[in-house]
Design a protein around this ligand. Structure first.
Ligand code: GSH
Length: 206
């Protein structure tokens, strides 16, 4: 095994970045010890997350998580059953491909200071409607059945983002209930923005 496999992975992360939060949750869920190097998205022109691991520099949260899934078999985040896998990936894409990109910082900034919150609120509400309908069909305790999956890892940060722009979450009771349940789990709690080293003191929780 090369020396790089023994090095602690380094995650470039911003406390409030939903994509960094996905990777933090996955690392915690799989019990992988890692170091965080904070990147302040409000000051720096850099996209997060990036994970340095096993001599690789990986970007794109879902690609990173799939790498971790394939190299760390413990606590799997993708079901064995191909049909369930497809359901998980469908929710993942609804969040990671359809929802987060249109509400990303650089995109909402372009909408202008006076419109950015309304823009994000609108698109998250539209996308959550579809996700709520899908969850009503396939959810159990979590997004797909009763096991935590990659869909759950993506859901929690997106709900946090929606709450920040005052999306009316009473329209999405299934989404909200699942997110609340997930935030009871240690791996999700520890990944929360307010528990991160780069969280400002006035927001910080232990
Ligand atoms: N598809 C990428 C998206 C990465 C992304 O949008 N990151 C956000 C934070 S969640 C970012 O760095 N935004 C900076 C900006 O918009 O300037 C992923 O899943 O990692």
């Amino acid at each position: 095994m090369s020396e790089s496999r023994h090095k602690k992975p380094v995650l470039y992360s911003y406390f409030r970045s939903s994509c960094s939060w996905r990777v933090r949750t996955c690392l915690n869920w799989k019990g992988i010890d890692y170091e965080i190097k904070p990147v302040n998205l409000l000051k720096e022109e850099q996209e997060v997350p990036t994970l340095e691991i096993d001599g690789l520099v990986l970007t794109q949260s879902i690609a990173i998580i799939e790498y971790l899934e394939e190299t760390h078999k413990e606590n799997p985040l993708l079901p064995e059953d191909p049909g369930e896998r497809a359901l998980v990936r469908s929710i993942v894409q609804a969040i990671a491909s359809d929802t987060q990109p249109v509400t990303n910082l650089r995109v909402i900034k372009y909408a202008g200071e006076d419109h950015k919150e309304e823009w994000a609120k609108h698109w998250m509400s539209v996308m959550f409607k579809g996700i709520e309908d899908q969850l009503a069909r396939v959810a159990g305790d979590y997004c797909v059945g009763n096991k935590v999956t990659l869909a759950d890892v993506c859901l929690v940060p997106q709900v946090f983002n929606a709450q920040r722009v005052n999306v009316d979450m009473t329209q999405f009771p299934t989404i909200q209930a699942i997110a609340d349940r997930l935030l009871e789990l240690e791996a999700f709690k520890r990944a929360h923005p307010y528990r991160q080293i780069d969280c400002p003191a006035d927001l910080k929780e232990n």
